[in-house]
Design a protein around this ligand. Structure first.
Ligand SMILES: C[S@@+](CC[C@H](N)C(=O)[O-])C[C@H]1O[C@@H](n2cnc3c(N)ncnc32)[C@H](O)[C@@H]1O
Ligand code: SF4
Length: 437
């Protein structure tokens, strides 16, 4: 289908943060061994992702893989299982494997206690061999869970970036999101991060919730800017607000688009540069530390329930069935799991899917789709492999350049249409079947 027809009046069709989406993964029979999966892979600049599926509360809008308020996260069986899984994974990837980046995400990793965080970083460093004091390491957090002690520990282990979900600085709006949060608590947490000495701070904000206006949006943007974070992420709300707005689909889309444009222009007028549809980086911030990790081609090792792992031609994770079985049940079975060296849930990517993934990641993650880099990886020209990309030119969505494709301002605005439009019909079909199951 032509991109022009796909757009219609909806700029918010889906956030393509990974390709293929987990709903295209399936049960594998027979299972594959980790050794076999990683044997022939390039492993000199891997990304290590560790998923912590715990939060202080379950926010109304959130469909991430997490549970609220587990009774006793301290010394939880979850960390012991992480240790067990890490041992199995390390044995498969081998001593030579090198990690160029580390991210601890969730859920809310800062929900863990100080001893649990200590155990977590020991697993990452001692078992996995990632050197968090030497490579970019980021940790996600929420305001109420941060303390001076936790931040000191994270700093000590070399954390370079703290990401904090704020969503809005107005209690009324966080209530509308199903995540009531007092502004003073948010400000206190932001100050703790500033005082911790961790060099990078990122603030997440959401637009499109019930009751939000341009003025209230500007208030949250101003409050964020006042803390001079290195990055601000603006997320369009992706779960329809249950109350308040009372808008039809079309009007909600218009509302989000108007707020998106306002937020983008406001940040750009106040010292920030747009990197992707969601990411804005302070122009005066020091350059991000260089890393050899290359998103479109390098592998990702995921640890923890819900975490994905990517090799060049195979993606896998623990079972993904949030709606059906419930996250609790899946975490429970992770906590009971004895064998971590067999993988029974994932998807194989034929070359055409690897090419699509390369294109989607290059276009949507703040870089550019470089013809030479693509040619080096696949030995062909991307415009021959995916001729539909030519429409980006005819619609005026890319910068004028003969060596690469880079979305311009209009193209970035359409990221959440361009991503899903680039999904192959096969992947779309798998995702649809999963939704119907
Ligand atoms: C793992 S969370 C961040 C850390 C922490 N758990 C918190 O919420 O404070 C990642 C971010 O994704 C965004 N997000 C999650 N679900 C969303 C949705 N349905 N629509 C828009 N943004 C969403 C939120 O901005 C959230 O901060
Ligand atoms: S938004 Fe953050 S704190 Fe809320 S449920 Fe999702 S992961 Fe947890």
């Amino acid at each position: 289908m032509l991109l022009k027809e796909t757009i219609q009046d909806n700029y918010f069709q889906g956030y393509a943060y990974s390709y293929p989406h987990k709903s295209a993964y399936r049960q594998l029979s027979p299972a594959r061994s980790l050794d076999d999966i990683w044997a022939a892979e390039k492993k000199d600049s891997l990304f290590l992702y560790v998923h912590i599926p715990f939060c202080e509360m379950r926010c109304g809008f959130c469909n991430l893989f997490t549970i609220a308020n587990p009774k006793s996260p301290t010394q939880s069986p979850y960390l012991d299982k992480l240790q067990q899984q890490a041992t199995a994974v390390k044995s498969a990837i081998g001593e030579q494997a090198k990690f160029a980046r580390v991210a601890i995400g969730g859920g809310t990793p800062s929900y863990l206690s100080v001893p649990d965080l200590e155990q977590l970083f020991t697993i990452v460093n001692s078992t996995m061999g990632a050197v968090t004091q030497a490579v970019p390491t980021s940790v996600e957090s929420s305001p109420k869970t941060l303390t001076t002690e936790k931040l000191a520990l994270l700093k000590q282990y070399g954390t370079t970036r703290m990401s904090i979900g704020v969503q809005s600085f107005l209690l009324e709006e966080t209530k509308a999101l199903g995540r009531p949060q007092k502004t003073v608590e948010v400000q206190h947490a932001l100050q703790l991060i500033k005082d911790s000495g961790i060099p990078e701070m990122n603030i997440d904000l959401i637009y499109g919730m019930a009751g939000q206006t341009t003025q209230t949006w500007q208030y949250s943007l101003d409050q964020s800017i006042a803390f001079e974070p290195e990055e601000i992420f603006l997320y369009p709300l992706y779960v329809r607000p249950l109350t308040g707005l009372g808008l039809q689909e079309r009007a909600w889309n218009d509302h989000r688009l108007q707020l998106y444009r306002f937020g983008r222009d406001y940040l750009c007028a106040n010292g920030y540069e747009q990197i992707t549809m969601r990411i804005f980086r302070r122009k005066s911030a020091p350059q991000m530390p260089a890393t050899p990790y290359d998103g479109p081609t390098d592998g990702m090792v995921g640890l923890g329930v819900g975490a994905r792992s990517y090799t060049s031609g195979f993606h896998y994770s623990s079972e993904y069935a949030v709606g059906k079985k419930g996250v609790k049940e899946i975490i429970h079975s992770y906590n009971e799991q004895q064998n971590f060296s067999q993988i029974d849930y994932g998807v194989t990517l034929p070359v055409i899917e690897q090419q699509r993934r390369f294109v989607i990641k290059s276009l949507l993650e703040g870089g550019a789709l470089d013809f030479a880099a693509y040619g080096n990886t696949f030995g062909s020209h991307v415009l021959q492999d995916l001729p539909e990309l030519r429409e980006l030119y005819s619609l005026g969505l890319v910068a004028d350049n003969t060596a690469k494709i880079q979305l311009n301002k209009q193209g970035l605005e359409l990221s959440d249409v361009i991503g899903p439009w680039l999904y192959s019909s096969n992947v779309q079909e798998m995702m649809k079947k999963y939704d119907l199951a």
